[in-house]
Design a binder for this molecule. Sequence first.
Ligand code: B12
Ligand code: SF4
Length: 468
Amino acid sequence: MKVMLVRPKPHKDSLGLADLMTCEPIELEYVSTLVKKLGHEVILEDMILEKKPLDRLVREESPRIVMFTAYITHVNVIKHYSDLVKSVDKNIVTAVGGVHSEVLPGDFEYKNIDYVLGINGMQNTEILIKAVENNEEPVFLHEEIDKSYKLPMPDRNVSARYRKHYDYAYHVPCALLKTSFGCPYSCRFCFCVQITGQQYYERELAPVMEELKEIEEPNVFIVDDNFLVSRERIMTFCKLLEENDIHKTFIIFGRADFIVKNPDMIELLSSHGLDAIFVGIESFKQSDLNDFNKKTDVETSEKASEILYRYNVDLYGGAIVGPDWDKKDFRDFAKWIRRMHIRYVNLQPLVPLPATPIYDDYKDQLLLKREEYEKWDLTHLAIRPTKLTPSQYYYEIIRGYFRTTASIDSLRYIRKKCGVKVELKCYNGAMKMLRHYIKMIWEYRRVRKYEGIGQKAETYVVDPAHDL
Ligand code: B12
Ligand code: SF4
């Protein structure tokens, strides 16, 4: 039996980030291992990189089952894909898995999506495949039965034909690795902890090393929600890297408070290839951090930046722009970022993703409709700014980027560190992002004019046409 695994191309209205970073679809590589183990043929279609439309690929390959992975922004894309698959042959079985379906499976209820695999995605894949083989109706596991995250080795061969395109911002080429799931903290805006039901699970490090030995790329992006949890685990990780003679450049996610409490761990990791840490610094206002239940403070972010600077580790800052920010806040924020030598910052408006605690706080005053999934991309405004118009707010975000990540100083730094080719790639990616923001401003203004909405009534009405 032939099984087609599909990684979706972002909807045209989403910020896809593909020009800046196209990461390997490691989740589907895990699924591939499982399906091959069951004795079936697998083909992966990475629609970010594929030129042919999905219906043509399905016609050429004639799979028995087509399985999709999806984030929130892909929900309507997957529905459209399922229409395409069924237009070729309505007997092809369609199924969807991935983080959004694990937390909000109901969003994928649709005539042409046969199965939503949900929380037990791996086990349910096995059940589905055996059922299709035997011409039976699958009986899925709905309870959370296995949270051990004992993963097989991901099948990196299945993505061989795309691998040279996989990168992450300044890290080219780049592979992905997952060593743990979830996080011991519970920030109120965070979707990641909803996936694991607020729990934190670690994988054994021995199989992680086996995986690392197989990775050919020099750069490895460890996509754990929080890699900096335990000193003992970090020390074992570094010891095992030495024992296995593994030399890679690593990018990780971690918290500022861990960095401040454990500078020796940063020194150790830095001497074992750590190049950058993505830190959710979120805001330069303590009140914002308190509202988010971040359980850290502004001073800690500043101290963390000093430690990382000392050990030559780049700090990639994740920032959440509050709806109450005014022009001065945007300016002060950029100054704060520059003072901390942060060369890359991701500026995202506060977006209360469905299923997070802050979603309930804002659910009655959202600017985005739930079903405009492609716009829940952490760039579209989901909450009305209180001190600026939406256009001004988007404009300030663009200026914020030019004052920080896209400043001459940052670009010069990237050129020196990574070379002109990477600098140009990032510049192109930044220009695409700029176009995305200008499109959002333009759309807001156009719709407002069309609807005859006055200066004061800033209802954000979005074109409902889903032109994929
Ligand atoms: C790395 C990362 C990225 C990478 C891409 C990674 C990739 N694999 O393609 C980059 C940086 C490009 C990215 C971009 C975006 N991301 Co992102 N990303 C992540 C991160 C940190 C890790 C994802 C990952 O690779 N995990 C490793 C794999 C192995 O784990 P997994 O995805 O959980 O998969 C397991 C199961 O879910 C299951 N599974 C997954 N798919 C399938 C499919 C089938 C058929 C089956 C059976 C099982 C299955 O099997 C796997 C093994 O157990 C997550 C955080 C998180 N906790 O998930 C956010 C996250 C997934 N991203 C998110 C978002 C919103 C985005 C963006 C839309 C916006 C943005 N600006 O970041 C863009 C969209 C880009 C696009 N291409 O459309 C949200 C999704 C929220 C949601 N409700 O869907 C998350 C959860 C972060 C957050 N802010 O909350 N992202
Ligand atoms: S520390 Fe990071 S991963 Fe952990 S709950 Fe907060 S935002 Fe989520």
